[in-house]
Design a protein around this ligand. Structure first.
Ligand SMILES: *Cc1c(COP(=O)(O)O)cnc(C)c1O
Length: 393
């Protein structure tokens, strides 16, 4: 037995189970049509909700930032100073989100690893939706706090858990995704906060799929429910609707000040690069001026969903532009995805167990403001043809 044989065995097992990940290569900028493995295809699976990933205004801002600030930050902010750009982004984000302060991190994933362990430790409790994102789960693990799961999006279940632990002496943190990425449903954050309020719980939402999508001009889930000032922490990402890369915490100044002192990815890792930050600033500036792209996104999503439903597809219980085309059987879902790609030049990936429960395989279609009505007509019509051929509809 070689010392690395376990890796071969494990990879073989993954291949046998049909869950081995093959990564496709993209040879073009992100957009409605992209080049995947050398083939031009309609892109129905990016998180580029507003088309910002290849927006000329963001690109110009990034190019200008390279000329002014260079390509790298070359240091950790707490040790060798922060570039003015990062501070500007944080101020603009706080203003955009109508909160006291914001602090940026290297990614959304990193933001959860930064925030959760800074706030709770081994004697504390974390109340967590059972379907929370991997980065929340990892942030909880890193904190060494006790995780208490409640049933997905059920305030009654949260209430029962809070009751069960009401005499626990430690701090309590509630954390939930804002929009759940596999089903496109929205956490009932207003009700969750109402339930949590009497128990003195710190409240946190990871709104990665809600930033730039929900609320007035994409201000996110707190704005969607009108919860300004009631929520302690909003985590956001700059890598989805904002089209760039990075993450942030927006909320109370006291908490943001604390994260400057305590959040380990802030203290021990360099910030994102000047062109990244400048592009993020340009995206925030655009949304601060106008919600036009966000309206286009919702208009496109509604249009596509109506077409797909008219064709007879089951779209689960999505409340957002995330459109899960429910297939059920894992093999059929992957065959449908393969056929759409090979025969119809449509890039729409199937998602199966273990990412979603067994028997709930689906093709997750991601609608963008960058799609034209013709793109959506084409996509829906080809879905219908392939769906009929495979007996899905
Ligand atoms: C995508 C996602 C993240 C990760 O964001 P990155 O900026 O890509 O690291 C974190 N949390 C949730 C809920 C997400 O959907």
């Amino acid at each position: 037995m070689g010392k690395l044989d376990f890796i071969r065995q494990d990879l073989d097992a993954v291949r046998k189970a049909g869950t081995f990940i093959t990564i496709r290569t993209i040879g073009s900028p992100q957009g409605a049509w992209i080049v995947v493995d050398g083939k031009k295809v309609l892109n129905l699976c990016s998180n580029n909700y507003l088309g910002f990933a290849n927006d000329s205004r963001l690109k110009r801002a990034a190019q200008k930032a390279i000329d002014e600030y260079g390509v790298g930050p070359a240091a950790v902010r707490t040790i060798a100073g922060t570039m003015a750009l990062h501070t500007t982004l944080e101020e603009k984000l706080a203003k955009f989100k109508n909160v006291e302060a914001a602090i940026s991190f290297q990614s959304g994933f990193n933001t959860n690893l930064a925030a959760i362990p800074a706030l709770v430790g081994k004697d504390d409790l974390i109340f967590s939706d059972e379907l929370n994102h991997a980065s929340i789960i990892d942030g909880c693990r890193l904190s060494r706090g006790k995780v208490v799961r409640y049933e997905h999006c059920r305030p009654e279940s949260l209430k029962a858990q809070l009751e069960a632990y009401k005499d626990h002496p430690g701090k309590k943190l509630l954390v939930t995704d804002g929009v759940f990425s596999m089903d496109g449903d929205i956490a009932p954050l207003d009700k969750l906060l109402e339930v949590a309020e009497p128990y003195g719980v710190i409240t946190m939402v990871d709104d990665a799929h809600g930033e730039g999508v929900l609320g007035n001009a994409g201000r996110g889930i707190a704005d969607h429910y009108g919860l300004h000032g009631k929520l302690d922490i909003e985590v956001g990402t700059m890598s989805k609707a904002f089209g760039v890369v990075g993450g942030y915490v927006a909320g109370k100044k006291l908490i943001v000040d604390y994260l400057h002192q305590k959040a380990r990815p802030f203290l021990f890792s360099s910030a994102v690069t000047p062109p990244d930050v400048a592009a993020c600033i340009a995206a925030v500036d655009i949304l601060q001026k106008s919600g036009e792209l966000v309206e286009k996104l919702w208009d496109n999503a509604g249009y596509f969903k109506r077409k797909m439903e008219a064709y007879g597809f089951d779209l689960g219980f999505s409340q957002t532009p995330i459109t899960p085309v429910m297939i059920g059987d894992e093999k059929t879902a992957s065959e449908l995805s393969r056929r759409l790609f090979e025969e119809d030049s449509i890039f729409a990936q199937s998602i199966a167990f273990p990412t979603v429960p067994k028997g709930k395989a689906r093709i997750r279609v991601m609608i963008s403001a960058g799609h034209s009505k013709e793109d959506l007509d084409y996509g829906a019509a080809k879905f219908a043809e392939a769906g009929k051929a495979l007996g899905v509809i």
